[in-house]
Design a protein around this ligand. Sequence first.
Ligand SMILES: [Zn+2]
Length: 152
Amino acid sequence: MTVTRDGKTFSQRAHKPTDPNVPTDTDGVPIKDALKPAFTEAAEIERWRRKLSRIDSKIKEHAEKFPAVYRTAVVQDIHASIKHIQQDLLEEKPAIVCCYCGADNPEGCTECGGRGFLRQKLAWSAREDLRNMNRKTHGIEPLAEGMSQHGQ
Ligand SMILES: [Zn+2]
């Protein structure tokens, strides 16, 4: 099957049954071997985000315990900075197999830049119909309306 977007034609994969042991992206689409290292690093990014939450909590606790040491505005600035870093990390995280090229021949794909996957920030704005086509190819229900736009 082919999909046309902005005058370019992209090929979509033929239907294949999904093996439950194969790792999948956040849409449930199986991740090809070539993309597995990137998605493994996505898990590491998620661990950093959790570590930052713990650091944020520890600083807040410390500031509450020793209010003479910290100025409230600085503690609030630190909290805002940590949230900002967490958001940047989230947006960089590999999220979905590229729904424009299907990661079959990503070299010429301008959407994923030849990577074969979309980072979270791009995934949120990716065309829902193409994401759903990718999901349908693997027997996954379509996204609920507006679901692709949600952050965390
Ligand atoms: Zn692509």
